[in-house]
Design a protein around this ligand. Sequence first.
Ligand code: ATP
Length: 350
Amino acid sequence: MTSVTVQGVAKSFGGRQVLEGIDLEVPQGNLTAVLGPSGCGKTTLLRIIAGFVHPDAGVVRLGGLPVVGAGHRTLPPQRRRVGYVPQEGALFPHLDVRANITFGLPRGLRRGPRLADMLDLVELPRGVASRYPHELSGGQQQRVALARALAPDPAVVLLDEPFSSLDASLREGTGRAVARALHAAGATAILVTHDQGEALSLADQVAVMRAGRLAQVAAPPELYRSPADTEVATFVGRAAVLPGHVTDGFAQCALGEVVVGSSDVRGDALVVVRPEQITMSSPRDGLVEARVADVTFYGHDTAVHLEVLPSGPAVVARIFGVQVPARGAVVSLEVSGQVTAFGLPPRPLD
Ligand code: ATP
């Protein structure tokens, strides 16, 4: 396995810029998620790395060696040693699992231990080897697709929304099994997804893509705790973005005085508060009060929609346990932990 380096990659289709100035480093053995809304250019980036699409500018290196870019000879897809796992329909319907997995292997290796190794790696029983794709569940099919991509021992594995056709219950388990298999194989992998939960829970690092540019590349906890801007903050998890004023590491905002994590922000700012940071209690003097507008019970936790009194804003608190306040109740709010604040430019003088 090998590293992937993307430098200054740009691509337009019919005069419309789809990717611009993409820089991305995926170290050897790392699982990187490219996370972004539909149409932001994720698949195009994956296809450029695979060699199916030629970039207008920039360089792609696999293991330090340029595979495309000005002044470099372009390596065709079949010589890049890249395994590709597409969204769905990846398997040949007329071939059994054995033939699907060993499809890209030299003839001599098709009957060897490679098939059993691959089934073990993706945590499928060896007995499925003789089954046809229509005899497997969607999650099993995606594991076979991964086994087929890994069988020829690729340098890099690219996965394009591989779980999007699975229902929620299969998605999580299949995602974790696939991530385990990639790590066990020591694979360098790029996973394209629009699902922030999938990106945060499976990847070693997440590259947030927005309108053809990378807004931030960071490990999941850092991305969640220290988003680059308010858009990343609200795209990666829920957050209330509140106007405030920062002095000496504390922000005054609609939720009272809160502790700011970043020390260099001063003056007018936007303050990002996560739902799990908001705690509620019976009304108490000196604390901000809010009315419960709605309650959404999820089982493992509950989202409480609140309207800060007397006139807003609306915020959401996420609480655990079954003791939830009733709709219409008035509660006091506090914010625990540190919040992120983004400084605003000074207001022009009147
Ligand atoms: P999704 O999550 O919906 O698959 P995406 O983030 O992967 O979206 P891309 O598939 O990379 O986005 O597409 C980005 C933009 O480029 C879209 O507007 C798409 O229509 C356009 N596009 C992609 N491939 C081509 C092509 N071969 N010719 C013309 N336009 C294209």
